[in-house]
Structures are given as C-alpha cells and as structure tokens.
Design a protein around this ligand. Sequence first.
Ligand code: ARG
Length: 488
Amino acid sequence: MASNLRPAPYYENYAYRSENVAPPRFTSDYNVYLPHAPPYYPSSVPHYVPRVSTQQSVPVPAVQAKSSAKCTPRTKKALCLLLSIAMLLIGAGICVFLIWYFVTDSCSGSEIQCGTTRVCVTPSQWCDRKQDCPNGEDETRCVRLYGPENLLEVYSSENKDWYSICYDDWNDKYGETACEDLGYNSNTYFNSKAIPVTTGSANILRINTSAGDIDLYKKLYNSNWCPSQQVVTLRCIRCGTSNRPMSPRNRIVGGSDALLGEWPWQVSLHFRGTHFCGGSIITPEWIVTAAHCVEGTRSHPFYWTVYAGILRQSEMIPSKGFRVARIISHPNYDLTSKNNDVALMKLQSPLSFNEFIGPVCLPNAGMMFETDQRCWISGWGAKYQGGNTSKELNAAVVPLINSSICNGRYIYNGIVLPTMICAGYLQGKVDSCQGDSGGPLVTMKSLLWWLVGDTSWGTGCATQFKPGVYGNITVFIEWIYRNMQANR
Ligand code: ARG
C-alpha cells in the first residue's frame, strides 16, 4: 500500500535511519508552517519576555548624567541629586515589576492556568459546575465516555473522581449537551441507553429535575439511590459499523482487495493530486491521520484532497474529492522518534454518510485491547517494500503485539514509546507499508469497530522481527476531543 511519489526521505519507510538525518530544507519548511499549530501546550515562559529584557537596558546612567549636568548652582545640587536618585529608583522599580510580571509563572504550585491567560484557579475549581476561568476552560473537560459500553461519566472536583449518571429523568437533550462538550456537533447525536448498574459501582449522580432551567452539570447531585438501578450510556455518533461481513482474507503486504463499504471510514489523502497517506473518518468533518503525513510544506490544507467511499485510485477525480479547511498536528509530535504521530484534518464541507462512507469509533477511556487482539489494517500502500501505491484498497488481519515484546532487543529495542502500539507478525509477511501511513488499525469489540491506531512506521515492510508500529489512539483521545471542541 504505497505511492509512486517517492522523492522525500520521510516518505520512504526507513524508519529511524533516514529520518534522523533529515535535510535542513525540511527544518526550514517546518518553521514556515509551525505558527499555524494551535497553542495547546504554551511555553511557561511567555514569548514577550525578550521585549522586557531589552527594556532592561533603559539608559538610566545617561538620565543621571544629563540631570546632574544641569545642576550647577550649589544650592540646587542636593535637590537635584535627590531627584536623580528618586528617578533611578522609580525606573528600577518599574523594571523589576515588569520582569516579575512577565517572567514569573502566573500560577503557583497546585494551581491550574486558564488556557493561555494569566488567570489561575485551584484544582477544586475544575469541574465544579461554576465557570471560574474567563473563557470557561475549567468546565469544558468534565465529561468522558468509558469502556466499550460507552458509559457516560462526569468528573466531580469535590470527590476527585468520575461518576456515572443514573438513567432516571435522563433525556436526549442532555445527551446532546454532553456530546457537544466532548466536541461533537449535536446533529450527529445517535442515542442514550440504560445499562444495569454493576455491583460495586457506587459512584452515581442523579438529576435534580426541580432545579429549573440550568446547565445539565449543575443539576447533578451525589446520590446512593438510583431507582432504576441503571446508568446512562451515550453514543454521540453512529460509528463503527461495517457494511460487509468480513471474511478472513490476507493481502496490504500480504493482504487482499477490500470490498466497498467494508472499511467505510478509510479515506485516501491526496497531496497535490496524488495519493500520499491514508486517514480515518471520525465525524462528518474530521479525519484522523498521522502527523508525519502533514509535516513541513504538507501542513498547508490547500494542497490536500480527501476521497471517501471509493476503492480505486483511478476513480479519485477532483470533482469527487473534499477540500481541507484545517490541519492540526499534535504539538508534541517528534520528527525523529515519531512520538505523538497523529494529526487531525477538518474538511471544508461535511461528508454525507451512507453505506460506503461512515465513521469509525474513537476508543474510550478504560478500554483494554488485549495482546493478540485481532485487528485489521487497510490502505492503498505498497504491496511489497519499495513498491508503488496500490490501485485498489487492500486490507489484512494483524494481531496486536505487547509493547514489552515489541521493544525486545532483537525487535525494536526500546524505541517503541507509550504513544505507539505494535501490530503484525514476528515472522513478517503481512504488514502495512509506504502509503498506508495515517490509515486505520481497527478492531471489533462489543459489535463495533474501534480505531486502535494510525499507521506510523516500521523498518522495511513485512520484515521478520520488524512489525508495523501505529500511533496509540487511546493515548490521543483527550487531545482529539479537545481539538474538535475548540475548532467547531
Ligand atoms: N511510514 C509509512 C508511510 O508513510 C508507513 C510505514 C508502515 N510501515 C510498516 N512497516 N508497517 O506510508
């Protein structure tokens, strides 16, 4: 599954070797486009510090010299000297204040900074249902979905723990609110369901129905009595349904031709008119791909076109493509180690879902994918190392490989980081390859297909003891939701 476009070293799957010695051209390209990255991990030292330090060179001695020069009459000398000293002191005071203001971290010890502002709040102010930050950052990340059942959970700052919601008095309006807080649009909302409270899960919130027309989260209160003994599960989008019964076949390297509708979340990302990477649909507007696909000059949305619901590259003509509005690369993506190799693409206009086009489910907190879990990879990458992009979409089965095994001395010897997950076979033969990058590694659990990884790197393709390495999506869900929410 790869491409005939192979000029740049990063496109070749040399994994660590070639990319360690990326040419400088690359770095300057990167600098040109980096300012567009969102400021999610602001430096603790604000960028205006240099301006202050240049002010330190305020020509105080000059001021002093000038003023004392005018003080010729003896009677005025003392007064002038006093004035000069006062001015000096005031100047120094202002300097000290400015330095303190800009250089000191605004928040002390346990406090939390509100976005990029200088406002700080205490940990107990997060998710306390009261907006304490000027832009409300303290109340926007207080819901999550948990486990394969999509259990809805709300964070209580008071008890420093996640709580389920008692199903009594729950309705779809509340469901839509919770989904919007995660970053979905209310028009994708699918359903809320009730599941029995499991024994031992005492953490339940109830809805105070007499609370009037206030925010959902303000209506919730701690209760050890949930009459229905059922809690809320939530699906913000109808995701993870494949429209073909999957038959165990093999052929990407060692995969086989996919059927239309089998991998409806798979997209082909064309850079300047040619297939370059894969991607996965997660909402009508958002695609998950790899950060290394959109490095440097490729970080500009203008050059990309997204094709969904098409198996053959020859059928991907511009009139059928979707334009990209925004590309968000993980701010901590590292070119050399491929740490945090994930990016989001926002489309200019939403995809319409049908039998052949649909989203894959993002994994939830607390989802355990077992070692050896059967997963599928798909893409238009090369069918053998060094080959061209495939004309047709291919797919193959690969089991997950435990990171401690994958990091073994004779395998990747410690370079597989926690943001990565290995999948494939130690004997080789079946693997993703050049051109599959960014594309999905999915698994089926509780009757749904989940996005476990995004194709990232490997040494060669389908080589013995060198399985494929994928971005570990579970680690990125917070980041994905936060960015969807912030760029609605
Ligand atoms: N980096 C490659 C790309 O850009 C994907 C590599 C996957 N390699 C592997 N052996 N699984 O398409």
